[in-house]
Design a protein around this ligand. Structure first.
Ligand code: TYM
Length: 335
């Protein structure tokens, strides 16, 4: 029987933050211990250009995301790491799928609505078609599982929908329906400044997020300034209801120290944030410092990263080219 295959990716829009790490990346690393999975992880540079970006920084940002994957524990011997644009089959399959993607469904994508903002008429076609490219990323490998944060659930539903539409329209069983795996230690990390907004690379203020590259002083400053309330920490989770910011900090503490939220509360019940924040800073620094220093080490001699990305792309293409050829044949192209 075919092996399970996982595929996931992150955009080189800017540095990765704790949401990316605790929502997805840490869970990718868990998959490396599972023998019955083949693993593919890409840096989705073609997605990153759907919003304003700096061309002078794109290549280095791409390399930095690959360094972050490796520093967090993704081992190129166990997983294929590659850059999305190095495997042109993603874009080629995207076009085929685009002919089947309904505008109405794309218009309902919350990420598109958020990113396009009020001025939808001026949004680029690439931003609108973002989920179709994401579907191609997944379907070109017939990935069975896609580990992501909660915000990607809707895109995964669209991917499943496109797989089914293709199979039905052409009466084939070409595409597998991928399962979203939303099982990171914190599938929805919120902004440090507003517990109703997710932590995001695109938020204007850097104080809303903790980046994997932040040093100890920056982490301490951001946590110190994080929004909280005046109440002490409760004994049980019900006591955090309606306290989004407090819940977020407890969630971060739990995820960073491999504890349950319940146990964090048992340990810190009755504490004010003046005491809890330094404790959270300590676990965040202890967890992130080795990742940051490994990242810097890798980036100081990027040959290791670049070699991993080259080998990864070669392997990825060997799979993707077959699926694309099948899709083209199915659709009646002269191949
Ligand atoms: P990106 O780069 O925006 O996010 C990368 C991953 O981080 C997760 N994430 C979060 N998880 C928890 N809390 C948060 N605040 C938070 N913010 C981000 C995202 O869910 C994601 O798993 N569209 C994808 C990139 C992509 C992709 C793919 C993913 C392109 N093609 C194919 C999987 C498979 C994205 O959101 O990237």
């Amino acid at each position: 029987m075919a092996k399970n295959r996982i595929l996931s990716g992150m955009q080189p829009t800017s540095q990765l933050h704790l949401g990316n790490y605790l929502g997805a990346l840490k869970n990718w690393v868990n998959f490396q211990e599972k023998d019955d999975f083949e693993r593919l992880f890409c840096v989705v540079d073609l997605h990153a250009i759907t919003v304003d970006y700096n061309p002078a920084q794109l290549a280095q940002a791409t390399r930095e995301i690959a360094a972050a994957y490796m520093a967090s524990g993704i081992d190129p011997k166990k997983s294929s790491l590659f850059v999305q644009s190095h495997v042109p089959e993603h874009s080629q399959l995207m076009w085929l799928l685009a002919t089947m993607a309904q505008m109405g469904k794309l218009e309902r994508m919350t990420q598109f609505k958020d990113k396009a903002g009020k001025n939808k008429e001026r949004a680029g076609l690439g931003l609108f078609a973002y989920p179709v490219l994401m579907a191609a990323d997944i379907l070109v490998y017939n990935a069975t599982h896609v580990p992501v944060g909660e915000d990607q659930k809707q895109h995964l539903e669209l991917t499943r929908d496109l797989a089914a539409t293709f199979n039905t329209r052409y009466d084939v069983e070409l595409f597998v329906q991928p399962e979203p795996v939303i099982a990171g230690p914190a599938p929805r990390v919120m902004s440090l400044r507003d517990g109703t907004q997710k932590m995001s690379k695109s938020a204007d203020s850097d104080m809303t997020r903790i980046n994997l590259t932040d040093d100890a002083d920056t982490i301490a400053k951001k946590i110190k300034k994080a929004k909280t309330d005046a109440d002490p920490l409760p004994e049980t989770l019900d006591g955090l209801e309606g306290r989004a910011e407090a819940l977020n900090l407890v969630t971060l503490y739990a995820a960073l120290s491999d504890m349950s939220k319940e146990d964090v509360l048992k340990q810190h019940a009755g504490q004010q944030f003046g005491a809890f924040k330094p404790a959270l800073t300590e676990v965040a620094v202890a967890h992130l410092a080795p990742i940051t220093s490994r990242m810097n080490e890798l980036l100081s001699d990027p040959a290791q990263i670049d070699n991993a990305l080259r080998d990864g792309a070669e392997h990825a293409r060997s799979i993707a080219s077959k699926t694309l050829a099948e899709a083209q044949k199915t659709m009646g192209f002269f191949v």
